[in-house]
Design a protein around this ligand. Structure first.
Ligand SMILES: [Zn+2]
Length: 59
């Protein structure tokens, strides 16, 4: 399952459910959109397990 943090824009994969962001530790987690999942999959291929989207940056 891929998740995105509404607070800081962190994208990450976790098995099972998660209640807070591993980056900012806030509980504003939502399932990632298909577009975000596609982006993260590309990063995973490059060996990067997560992505921090900078504020104001578009997908
Ligand atoms: Zn966060």
């Amino acid at each position: 399952m891929t998740y995105a943090c509404e607070d800081c824009g962190f994208l990450f994969c976790r098995v099972g459910s998660i209640k807070e962001c591993p980056f900012c530790e806030k509980p504003n987690i939502r399932p990632a959109t298909e577009e975000e999942i596609g982006m993260l999959e590309k990063l995973l291929e490059q060996g990067k397990p997560s992505l921090k989207i900078k504020e104001g940056e578009t997908l």
